[in-house]
Every structure is written in C-alpha cells, then in structure tokens.
Write a protein that binds this ligand. Structure first.
Ligand code: HEC
Length: 137
C-alpha cells in the first residue's frame, strides 16, 4: 500500500498575485494620511505661514510637479525652504508639509504616511487627482 501526496499544488497563491518588480505608485493611490496632512497644516501655518498662504500652492502648483517623483519635490523644498533657514525641519516634518500640500490640491488620503525617506519617495509618482489632467484649462 502506497500513499501519494500531491505536494505539487502547494505553491502559495500570493506568489502568483505578485507582479515582477516594484510597481510605481502615484499620489492618486492615497500616499499620506489625513492625520499627517493635519500635522503638516499646523507646521505650514507656523513655519511657512510667515511668507506663504496655502492659496499660493493651489493654482498650477501640482500641475508643475506632475510627472516627477515625490523625492524631487521633497529635496527641492528641503534645500530651499524655509527661505531663511533651509533644511531646518526634520524629514518627517517636510513629509507632513508635503502631505498637506497634496491634500490641499485635492489628493485623497490613505492608510500610510508619506515617507520622509528620499529613497522611498522616489517610488511615488506625482499625479493630479483623478479626472484632472495637466494642461487642461
Ligand atoms: C522667510 C520667507 C519664507 C519662508 C518662511 C518659507 N518660504 Fe517658501 N518661498 C519664499 C520665497 C521668497 C519664494 C520664492 C522664491 C523663488 O521663487 O525663488 C518661495 C518659494 C517656495 C516654493 C516654490 C514656489 C512654487 O510655486 O513652486 C515652495 C514649494 C515653497 N516656497 C515652500 C515653502 C514651504 C513648504 C515652507 C515651510 C516649510 C516655506 N516655503 C517657507 C519664502 C519663504
């Protein structure tokens, strides 16, 4: 008497669901949390509010960055702002301010904070909210 075990079919289903390589994600897929954006708003008011109004980052702001990855925006802001003290915030604080600017521009919050790491931000493509196209006007 022999028992035959069908071990051939035990390949985990999750392996089949994985695409090859990391997929680029975009700001349309909820790349910050609402809580983070709120913290960013507070920081913005205190740190950036001296020279900027939130409205300064509405018209054309996101359009100007669409198509680039989020690390480029992060590095630009960190290298130049606040103008009187560039680089003076923590990485997580710059990320929070950017989350606020994303939310201000109509992007939806999600489950995870926007990372403060440029390596991870590089995987996030800046895109306008669903239904808006760069150059439409
Ligand atoms: C002391 C004044 C001052 C403070 C504080 C300041 N900024 Fe600015 N910011 C400026 C000036 C002036 C410009 C225009 C500079 C230029 O265009 O070269 C500017 C430009 C910018 C731009 C580019 C404008 C655009 O439409 O792309 C961004 C983004 C920006 N600031 C973000 C911030 C953020 C975020 C903070 C807070 C962390 C901040 N700034 C704090 C003075 C300031």
């Amino acid at each position: 008497m022999r028992f035959v075990f069908l071990v051939c079919c035990l390949i985990p289903l999750s392996a089949a669901a994985q695409e090859d390589g990391p997929q680029p994600i975009s700001t349309r897929t909820g790349v910050f949390t609402a809580e983070q954006a709120l913290k960013g708003q507070e920081l913005f008011t205190v740190v950036c509010g001296e020279c900027h109004q939130p409205e300064d980052f509405l018209e054309g702001f996101l359009e100007g960055w669409a198509g680039q990855t989020a690390d480029v925006l992060f590095k630009e802001i960190r290298a130049t702002m606040p103008e009187d003290s560039p680089g003076s915030l923590r990485s997580s604080e710059y990320a929070a301010v950017i989350a606020f600017l994303f939310q201000l521009n109509g992007l939806e919050a999600g489950e995870e904070n926007l990372p403060g790491s440029t390596r991870r931000l590089k995987e996030i493509l800046i895109a306008l909210p669903e239904g808006e196209k760069a150059g439409d006007s």
